[in-house]
Design a binder for this molecule. Structure first.
Ligand SMILES: [Cu+2]
Length: 185
């Protein structure tokens, strides 16, 4: 009886690598595929950068739009690494019929208003200017379609000196990045 058992165990362990294990190449392939998949899925959340002359354009983003929305806001961080001031004078977005650069402010009655920035947004030499919820923003109007979290859409930013540069706006979750939802164009 003990002899029989030992034989059975040996037989099973002998066949195990053949019947249950994948070749090393295949396992390496699966590992690589999984890694590529993880990196691919993580990409929309990672910061992304663009460059126009001395202006570094960090992580342009927008928000998922509610159903039927006709406007959306875009945000971005602009770093001027040059020795001359520059200005963001205009922007476009592929989802928008019209795009303006806006600033928000609160008037004497506590009413929040926004209007196009006269002459564009100045970016002093060596300075970092943030377009962010509640402040300066790109206003996408006459939207041709809504956008969902995880998508990207193309646009351009035009600077007085650095010129026009193509960028991609990452669409983040509704409500991300603070207030400033649901304002009219
Ligand atoms: Cu606005």
């Amino acid at each position: 009886m003990p002899c029989f058992l030992r034989g059975a165990v040996r037989a099973r362990s002998a066949t195990y690598p053949v019947s249950h294990s994948r070749p090393l190449e295949e396992r390496a392939g699966i590992a690589l595929f999984t890694l590529v998949l993880i990196i691919g899925l993580a990409q929309p959340l990672a910061a992304h950068e663009f460059k126009a002359g001395d202006i570094e354009i960090v992580h342009p983003w927008s928000r998922q739009t509610p159903d039927g929305a006709k406007v959306a806001a875009g945000y971005v961080t602009l770093k001027n690494e040059g020795s001359e001031p520059d200005r963001l004078i205009s922007a476009t977005g592929e989802i928008a019929g019209k795009t303006e650069v806006h600033e928000m402010s609160i008037d004497g009655n506590g009413v929040m208003t926004m209007r196009p920035v006269e002459g564009g947004v100045e970016i002093p030499a060596g300075a970092t200017v943030e377009l962010k919820p509640g402040g300066l923003h790109v206003m996408f109007m006459d939207l041709s379609r809504g956008v969902k979290e995880g998508e990207t859409f193309r646009g351009t930013l035009t600077f007085e000196k650095a010129g026009a540069v193509d960028v991609e706006f990452d669409v983040q979750a509704m409500g991300s990045g603070g207030g400033h939802d649901g304002h009219g164009g």
